[in-house]
Write a protein that binds this ligand. Structure first.
Ligand code: NAP
Ligand code: MG
Length: 400
């Protein structure tokens, strides 16, 4: 069988630990036998990030602007323990944070729905897609430990030198402070991505903040969404028969639990980080969550929502067998390949992406799955496969 050609490359961002192992298996068994895979490779593994002073992360984001489509493996965000483990020069920032800051996009995450994996919230009948604002707030924050007595203020110095000040707190004992920001432009492009994606997928859009407490910061998010909706999207939403719904974040959380699903829930950066993990675990497994960063300029970066699965990696290093779920990473590849196919008018590539996803779903629905899924499936007598055999079982279906 002739291999499918790719005229234009996609940006390939390799990563860390168990997902780096899965990455290679996916390429070897599911991609290279079928495709003339055309990628620009960037090694975002922690060792190479450290070696390049994290320049490789910036380069990979810039390349994404050039080629428009990227696929990323999960990566370690260093903490104190990782500093020692990898003998790091610096506590490098989260690569996802760096890439998102450069592309200024919105992350859409939706569960991969498979028969035999029932959500643990029994009234959830349809997927809930989380749209996470991917810029600013605590992810671009500056923090300070306050050693003792003194005054902490917010100071804005305008270009003409004039100052505006707000007291944060007058300390009479040690404490902590945090400064963070967002940009009206970024909030506006977040809002537009969400409204467009709601129209594309014909789903209602929910948005929530804590505007009653955060009367300037969060309220600005609420106001910008409403202004853009009224000015640009109201009529289109009416025609499509979908709604835009704003409420307080705690009210939204309560309503989500009682809903049927089937809508997009737009979240501020931190809410989206937290809620997407809750939604994905409730729908089955963290490993069954797709994730795509969509920039307002039309750049797409696909990845799995989960991390590097460190615990499994240490087992792997000890020579023990692992049963790590590669579905979200496979769907990151299929998402990127399909988008490349759409942008290039490459029908063969789009069809291959569909076949890869279908083969993955068919494998699970036939009862062959990794351990995390076997523990939660309603399919009787599932066959638990190890990491590599699961990928090989998909490959077998792809060749049939
Ligand atoms: P994690 O890698 O998502 O894993 C947490 C636990 O969830 C695992 O121990 C495993 O549970 C289960 N799990 C997650 N993905 C799985 C999969 N594909 N198959 C089977 N089980 C899966 O989160 P973490 O352990 O908190 O973080 C590890 C590293 O990942 C950290 O260094 C963090 O910085 C990084 N991280 C990266 C990204 C990213 O690049 N997008 C996102 C999050 C975290 P059991 O152990 O019970 O089997
Ligand atoms: Mg998270």
């Amino acid at each position: 069988m002739a291999k499918i050609q790719m005229q234009t490359p996609i940006v390939e961002m390799d990563g860390d630990e168990m997902t780096r192992i899965l990455w290679k298996m996916i390429k070897d068994h599911l991609l290279l036998p079928f495709l003339d895979l055309n990628t620009k490779y960037y090694d975002l593994g922690l060792e190479y990030r450290n070696e390049t002073n994290d320049q490789v992360t910036i380069d990979s984001a810039e390349a994404t602007k050039k080629y428009k489509v990227a696929v990323k493996c999960a990566t370690i965000t260093p903490n104190a323990a990782r500093m020692k483990e990898y003998d790091l020069k610096e506590m490098w920032k989260s690569p996802n944070g760096t890439i998102r800051a450069i592309l200024d996009g919105t992350v859409f995450r939706a569960p991969i729905v498979v028969k035999g994996m029932e959500p643990c919230v029994k009234n959830w009948k349809k997927p809930i897609t989380i749209a996470r604002h991917a810029y600013g707030d605590v992810y671009k924050g500056t923090e300070m430990k306050i050693p003792g007595r003194g005054k902490a203020e917010l100071v804005y110095t305008a270009e003409d030198g004039s100052e505006a000040r707000e007291l944060i707190h007058t300390f009479d004992s040690p404490g902590i402070i945090q400064g963070m920001h967002n940009l009206n432009g970024s909030i506006a492009s977040f809002a537009r991505s969400c409204f467009h994606y709601a129209l594309d997928t014909k789903q209602d859009l929910w948005f929530a903040t804590k505007d009653t407490i955060s009367k300037k910061y969060d309220h600005t998010f609420k106001d910008i969404f409403q202004e853009i909706f009224d000015a640009e999207f109201k009529d289109q939403f009416e025609q499509a028969g979908i709604t835009y719904f704003y409420t307080l974040i705690d009210d939204a959380v309560a309503r989500v639990m009682k809903s049927e699903g089937g809508y997009i829930w737009a979240c501020k950066n931190y809410d989206g980080d937290v809620m997407s993990d809750m939604i994905s675990s409730a729908f089955g497994s963290l490993a069954m969550m797709t994730s795509v960063l969509v920039s307002p300029d039309g750049y797409y970066e696909y990845e799995a929502a989960h991390g590097t699965v460190q615990r499994h990696y240490y087992k792997h290093l000890k020579g023990e067998e692992t049963s790590t779920n590669s579905v979200a990473t496979i769907f990151a590849w299929s998402g990127a390949l399909r988008k490349r196919g759409e942008l290039d008018g490459n029908k063969g590539l789009q069809d291959f992406a569909d076949r890869l996803e279908q083969a993955t779903i068919d494998t699970i629905e036939a009862g062959e799955m990794t351990k995390d899924l076997a523990l939660i499936t309603t399919i009787p007598d599932p066959v638990v496969l190890n990491s590599e055999d699961f990928i090989k079982a998909i490959a077998k279906r792809l060749t049939e």
